[in-house]
Ligand binder design. Structure first.
Ligand SMILES: [Zn+2]
Length: 276
């Protein structure tokens, strides 16, 4: 049965906050910042013509008591505030003026903001529905720390739908990213080379050891059949002028694929045109 009001309360929808993060599709975990009502809902929409999306109502997705207690313990934010302003799970406002004036303290990173406002201490319960998969990932992401092995951090940072930014925040504190990037970008394992490219573009690593390793790897790639040449070209493009030392290897690679790979050649030429 569809309801027109997503929450079982009569408070104005200006008090309706989204808990933790956006969810896939039309699903949202909503919480009222006035009375505390909370529901996992799916918006039912119709699109009679392209770009004409009409809201028909909301379906409520049942949560077990365990899942409800765990999922609603996270901080929440109002959709219309950019950047996102997070409120603690316990925050309540009587009037819209109180809500508009509220300035809950935000920290420099998503991780610190969540930890400061409060997160569920326990593991996600087994009954947590699939719709809240992202919450589970964020909880695991918060358990990462300086002691976490770098490969585990890199997996969390690069996995599709993983706790990418939370893992990147921990990686950013490591003093040895250049050595890992240099060792990984020319490593024998596909996975490690992918991690190496991620580190280089995410943290804009371009010191001499990194550039030496990239240049060596570029020289080894005779074609773009695995896509790695294109990936490396894209990685270097994120470095801007700092990619300059790789120019000879980029020119050589462009010459090698000129007659066999239109797209790889085009990307290489585009990057070269930006280096002077
Ligand atoms: Zn309410």
């Amino acid at each position: 049965m569809e309801n027109l009001n997503p929450l079982p309360c009569q408070c104005p929808d200006t008090f309706h906050a989204t808990v933790l993060d956006t969810l896939p599709g039309n699903t949202r975990l909503l919480a009222c910042l006035r009375c505390g009502a909370c529901e996992l809902v799916e918006a039912i929409v119709d699109e009679p013509r392209p770009h004409d999306v009409q809201l028909l109502g909301y379906n409520t997705i049942e949560l077990t008591p365990d899942a409800r207690a765990w999922a609603t313990a996270w901080p929440r934010f109002l959709e219309n505030q950019k950047p996102r302003l997070y409120f603690s799970a316990a925050a309540r406002f009587e009037t819209e003026a109180d809500l508009a004036a509220a300035r809950p303290p935000q920290s420099a990173t998503f991780r610190e903001t969540l930890l400061a406002l409060g997160v569920p201490p326990d593991h996600p319960p087994a009954s947590l529905p699939n719709e809240l998969y992202g919450f589970r990932e964020i909880w695991h992401g918060l358990q990462l720390n300086d002691e976490t092995p770098i490969d585990e951090l890199l997996d969390a940072a690069t996995r599709w739908n993983g706790p990418n930014e939370l893992a990147a925040d921990i990686l950013a504190q490591r003093p040895d990213l250049e050595s890992y990037a240099a060792a990984y970008v020319s490593n024998f394992s596909d996975q490690n080379r992918k991690y190496g490219r991620y580190l280089i573009s995410k943290f804009k690593l371009s010191d001499i050891q990194v550039m030496v390793a990239i240049r060596a790897r570029l020289s080894e790639l005779t074609d773009d059949k695995t896509g790695e040449l294109s990936e490396l070209t894209r990685t270097l493009a994120t470095l801007g002028p700092a990619a300059q030392p790789a120019r000879p290897e980029l020119e050589a690679a462009a010459a090698r694929v000129k007659d066999t790979d239109y797209y790889a050649h085009k990307d290489l030429m585009q990057l070269l045109s930006k280096l002077t």
